[in-house]
Design a protein around this ligand. Structure first.
Ligand code: PEP
Ligand code: MN
Length: 337
């Protein structure tokens, strides 16, 4: 990092900073400019107390050079990390699709959705057993009964089961049924939850918080990686902006950016990202064209009867058509489906 001293900083202010940098185990190189002095602190110490140094006498500003997300960044792993989904992987050439209802409502609805998405080429079944709802009066999910349904349907259809876990206390229970643990947008910075899923040997699908910056998103992933779990999938699911013609603003530029700065697989959720059924297919195609490693899409056998998120949910037929239409898009950017 570079420590820029104020023009009025005294020799003793500068010396004090040099000492502090060296005490932190870094090499300090003092550069004497015409107007001010600058200290280059050399060494990989991302835990250096930048915030405390920022307030030290004579310090104008501190410019970090290394990204704060050491484990998630490309510097940490030059290749791409492939996350294992049963016999398949996400993060390599094949664009993988996770699909299913927003919420598990009953066995029949879940099985019908699962059979349809499997036949269309999805690798995994999504479905919420615990739903993070804005209103406490809305359907909260079938809870453990929903997990039992998901497992049974996953086993019958051969689909990987992806479901959301809402709290650290629930992690062991949900991991007993699910193959992939989803951390929802509203929980992206639930640090205790991130630490808990970091201890599990199961892949984690981490959704970007609706108001989280990219650095915050990657630092949330960093929590899971630091726990020893390298199987993290990042999901762009739209962020909140001033725009209100869609439910959220789907940040595809961020998906492309993430592919450049991190080795983790990046998927896109055009269902929550738009909130509008007719926009799901075009944005799914755009996501694949932008380099996403996969998609997560809401599908229900009767979307107009869905208990949660019906307006953004595709029918089984719409989904099958979309999967066909995605294939040439994937091929055009050197991927398979
Ligand atoms: C979901 O995928 O069911 C969900 C609640 O998504 P998000 O956390 O992105 O809102
Ligand atoms: Mn939903």
């Amino acid at each position: 990092m570079i420590i820029v001293m104020e023009p009025s900083a005294t020799d003793s202010d500068v010396q004090q900073m040099v000492d502090r940098v060296e005490e932190a185990g870094l090499e300090a190189i003092l550069l004497r400019g015409e107007v001010r002095k600058v200290i280059a602190a050399i060494g990989d110490k991302r835990e250096a107390p930048i915030e405390r140094w920022q307030g030290a006498p004579g310090v104008e500003r501190i410019i970090p050079i290394l990204s704060p997300y050491k484990l998630a960044s490309r510097e940490a792993a030059p290749g791409a990390t492939a996350v294992r989904l049963d016999g398949q992987v996400i993060g390599q050439r094949k664009v993988q699709v996770i699909a299913g209802p927003c919420a598990v409502e009953d066995f029949d609805q879940t099985l019908r959705a699962a059979e349809a998405v499997k036949a269309a080429g999805a690798v995994a079944l999504r479905g919420g057993a615990y739903k993070p709802r804005t209103s406490p009066h809305s359907f909260q999910g079938l809870e453990e009964e929903g997990l039992v349904i998901l497992r049974e349907v996953g086993d019958r259809t051969g689909l990987v089961v992806v479901t959301e876990v809402l709290s650290p206390e629930q992690v062991a229970l949900v991991a007993g049924y699910a193959d992939v643990l989803q951390i929802g947008a509203r929980n992206m910075q639930n640090f205790m939850l991130l630490k808990e899923v970091g201890k599990m040997g199961k892949p984690v699908l981490l959704k970007r918080g609706i108001s989280a910056s990219v650095d915050e998103f990657l630092l949330a992933a960093e929590y899971v990686l630091k726990g020893g779990n390298s199987q993290v999938i990042l999901c762009c699911r739209g962020i909140r902006t001033f725009e209100d013609h869609t439910r959220f603003t789907l940040d595809l530029g961020t998906a492309a950016y993430l592919k450049q700065v991190t080795h983790l697989p990046v998927i896109v959720d055009p269902s929550h990202g738009t909130g509008v059924r007719s926009l799901v297919a075009p944005m799914a195609k755009a996501a694949v064209a932008a380099g996403a490693d996969g998609l997560i899409i809401e599908v229900h056998p009767v979307p107009e009867r869905a208990l949660v998120d019906g307006p953004q949910t595709l029918s089984c037929e719409d989904f099958a058509r979309l999967m066909q239409e995605l294939r040439p898009v994937a091929e055009a950017v050197g991927r398979t489906m």
